[in-house]
Design a protein around this ligand. Sequence first.
Ligand code: HEC
Length: 121
Amino acid sequence: MNFRLLITGFVLLALQSCYYDSEEELYPLSVCDTTEVSYSGDVIPVFETHCYSCHNNSTAASFGENIRLENFEDVAYYAGNGSLYGSVAWIAPWSAMPDYKLDKCSQNRIKAWVDQGMKQN
Ligand code: HEC
């Protein structure tokens, strides 16, 4: 067996396995701060961009299974039963929401808001 060829092969393999650069890790666009999230500042903006098209008070009946994310009491209900974070993080058995996956920061902000006691702040 050509030992030298074998060694070269291993070295090449090893070098290649080191080559894992993810743009997100190398150049984080912004830091996702979840130390103190608020309903109005962190949760509602996510809903406005990604959820109200189906879950606001007028669209919910036709497109959002009557789930109205404009009402704080309803949001608190879905947050409390686990379905709010479960659906945005695509955790079974909850339905994955929306049909594309939210960025990790938005998911983490929603989780932080739930974990911090679902305040109406
Ligand atoms: C294109 C329309 C649409 C969008 C956008 C959408 N939803 Fe939904 N959502 C639905 C429908 C329809 C259902 C009920 C059917 C189902 O469970 O798949 C639902 C169900 C849910 C449920 C209940 C899940 C369960 O398993 O009980 C939650 C919570 C929810 N949506 C939250 C959200 C959130 C939060 C967003 C935004 C991040 C969002 N949805 C975006 C249409 C949508």
